[in-house]
Ligand binder design. Structure first.
Ligand code: CAA
Length: 382
């Protein structure tokens, strides 16, 4: 597969890079402090189609290919992983509808997002997490069969408190284990939907992370996505598409760590020369570059598998990219702090934020331990 970007892809990447430089980087520290998106930024992200990168064009989205999406997330990751996470959560929430929704559902769901709104993927619960199949939120069919009543609490939901629509995973038949989980579209303004505790996080601080509570929420039957009992499969298929985006975002963080380190190392002089001329620093930079490039290669490996003809399963490649890039971003960002020394540890410089932001790359969208479980499953069955 040829990964040379075509003119259209180059133009999209340039537009995103400009947006990141002008509208995100100057406000990243402020947004980290306040925990809120800079005023007007959401509209600017929406205007460039970034809230609907994965939504097909026929439903008003940008309908971008996976190669361009990967490049966009790397650019956003360089600017601020919190902004990137806010935007990526829209794609995450959209995928179950793209995968299994009917045209009417796609129109209704994506019309909401197309009006500059955020969405959220509501899978995790206080008692689940890595064991995603142990969901306890219930969706009981109403006696007339025309809908469901939803009860339960989701937690650690990205965009939970700011989303206008949720993709919710709930048990419809508790005798069937993961095959009793179904997926639903739930609008924020349905009676009984409320937002609970907001997390005060180590990193990606501007990204809104909350509990979402469903108390006797009535959902019409036509809000069921795809088939009853297939919700877990749709969630897994969604994560196969979304985990490589986390990898791209992690690569963006690492690249920013390298760029900041090089900038500093060129101007900081010790023992009569810029520290970049000291082998101990140059070798650190070489390692940082090497690891970042290998993570990019893991994403390309995913893309190659994703676009393979005939179609191949890409679960393993998605897990490898996410896991390797997430671990790598933490190592590279920490090295950047070391290169900048005291300045790296200071909030005045951007690199300490990169470490805090990078850490979540090993945790969300399936911990790196879960990714290793997935990869190990493929190794064992070779
Ligand atoms: N694609 C299609 N089907 C899949 C699949 C995939 N990738 N993975 C599993 N399945 C199917 C299996 O084939 C199986 O079906 P059959 O019985 O018919 O074969 C069924 O699903 C159950 O599979 P497992 O037995 O493997 O399931 P499990 O209960 O052992 O769990 C797991 C597997 C990989 C650990 C899964 O629970 C998991 O991914 N956990 C992590 C959850 C996660 O990533 N959460 C992130 C939340 S979103 C988030 O973080 C967003 C954010 O805030 C930004």
């Amino acid at each position: 597969m040829d990964f040379a970007y075509n003119d259209e892809q180059k133009e999209i990447i340039k537009v995103v890079r400009d947006l990141v430089e002008k509208e995100i980087v100057p406000y990243a520290s402020e947004m980290d402090e306040t925990g809120k998106l800079h005023e007007g930024l959401l509209e600017k992200l929406a205007a460039q189609g970034l809230l609907g990168v994965a939504i097909p064009e026929e439903f008003g989205g940008a309908g971008l290919d996976a190669i361009t999406i990967a490049a966009i997330y790397e650019e956003l990751g360089k600017g601020c992983a919190g902004v990137a996470t806010t935007v990526a959560a829209n794609a995450l929430a959209s995928y179950p509808v793209i995968i299994a929704g009917n045209d009417d559902q796609k129109k209704r769901y994506f019309d909401i997002i197309n009006e500059d709104n955020l969405a959220a993927f509501a899978l995790t619960e206080p008692g689940t997490g890595s064991d995603a199949g142990s969901v306890s939120t219930r969706a009981m069919k109403t006696e007339d069969g025309k809908g469901y009543i939803l009860n339960g609490t989701k937690c650690f939901i990205t965009n939970g408190g700011v989303a206008s629509v949720y993709t919710v995973f709930a048990i419809t038949d508790k005798t069937k284990g993961v095959k009793g989980i179904s997926a639903f579209i739930v609008e924020r303004d349905r009676p009984g939907v409320s937002v609970g505790k907001e997390e005060d996080k180590m990193g990606i601080r501007l990204s809104n992370t909350t509990e979402v509570i469903f108390q006797d929420v009535h959902i019409p039957a036509d809000h069921l996505i795809g088939e009853e009992g297939k919700g877990f499969i749709y969630a897994m298929q969604t994560l196969d598409l979304a985990r490589p985006m986390v990898a791209s975002l992690a690569v963006g963080i690492a690249q920013r760590a390298i760029d900041e380190s090089v900038k500093y190392a060129k101007q900081r002089v010790t023992f009569g020369k810029p520290i970049i001329k000291h082998e101990v620093i140059a070798f650190k930079l070489a390692d940082m570059d090497m690891k970042t490039e290998v993570a990019r290669a893991a994403i390309i490996n995913f893309l190659n598998t994703y676009y393979a003809v005939p179609k191949r399963n890409y679960t393993r490649e998605a897990a490898i990219a996410k896991c390797f890039a997430g671990d790598m971003a933490v190592q590279v960002a920490l090295e950047a702090v070391q290169i900048l020394g005291g300045f790296g540890y200071s909030r005045e410089y951007p690199v300490e934020k990169l470490v805090r932001d990078a850490k979540i790359m090993q945790i969300y969208e399936g911990t790196n331990e879960v990714q290793r479980m997935v990869i190990a499953g493929f190794v064992a069955n070779k």
